[in-house]
Design a protein around this ligand. Structure first.
Ligand SMILES: C[S@@+](CC[C@H](N)C(=O)[O-])C[C@H]1O[C@@H](n2cnc3c(N)ncnc32)[C@H](O)[C@@H]1O
Length: 218
């Protein structure tokens, strides 16, 4: 079984479709970590700081996925101005990329949003994500899936998706869970199919790259 470290795990969007893996997940928010544990009871879930955990434990794993928080890098927050104007772009992101690139011998991927500034290290781009990685991730158009989901709703764009659309899109039902910011927690999820696609790229599993239609930003 592949030993995986899933950092900044959220409720596990990227992890949802991984099979035959032994996963250690790190999430700072105990309520979110509990939801993750309920969805993935076999995973080891650590409530703590993913950045610190990475440095201490990276050499215990075969594959590392890291999804550091994106608000200080995001184009949307930049264009909205407001409180982000007074925050530095969080360089933990680049610390992790540099560390993994130079010290980690397994497969790794760091995922984030497309930034409002020119990225300091060249990423690969797919949909609304930047990926930094030591393997190639072909561009994947998951716009068809998103358009299908949005069809029949009054929303036209994934950014406007509310909890029902997000529930269908990611396949996580949080209806019985009491937690604030449910929509944001769901919006944070990487599309499970994309999480699987990226994981399979690391191990060169033959897979479809979906359609060649113009990539839409999700
Ligand atoms: C973008 S979300 C991750 C989404 C996840 N990759 C998925 O696909 O569902 C980032 C998560 O990191 C958590 N987080 C923020 N700072 C953290 C830290 N220092 N250590 C661990 N988790 C942290 C947040 O609570 C949030 O759930």
């Amino acid at each position: 079984m592949i030993k995986v470290l899933n950092l900044y795990a959220g409720i596990g969007g990227n992890r949802k479709l991984w099979k035959n893996v032994r996963v250690t997940a790190v999430e700072l928010n105990p309520q979110i970590a509990k939801i993750y544990k309920d969805f993935f009871p076999k995973d080891k879930v650590i409530v703590g700081d993913a950045h610190a955990y990475l440095l201490e434990h990276y050499n215990e794993f075969d594959f590392i996925w890291s999804s550091p928080p994106c608000p200080t890098h995001s184009r949307i927050n930049f264009s909205n101005g407001g409180r982000w104007k007074y925050k530095y772009a969080d360089m933990h992101l680049y610390q992790e990329i540099i560390h993994l690139k130079h010290w980690f011998e397994g497969n790794w991927v760091v995922e984030n949003v497309i930034s409002y500034y020119e990225p300091l290290i060249k990423p690969q781009k797919s949909g609304r994500h930047y990926f930094w990685s030591n393997f190639t991730i072909p561009k994947k158009d998951y716009g068809v899936q998103i358009r299908t989901l949005m069809h029949g709703t009054r929303k036209k764009n994934i950014r406007e998706a509310q909890i029902p659309e997000l529930t269908t899109l990611h396949g996580f039902d949080l209806s019985k869970i009491k937690i604030k910011n449910k929509r944001q927690i769901m919006r944070n999820c990487v599309l499970p199919e994309l999480g699987l696609f990226v994981f399979n790229c690391a191990y060169k599993v033959k897979q479809q790259t979906f359609s060649t239609k113009k990539e839409v930003e999700a």
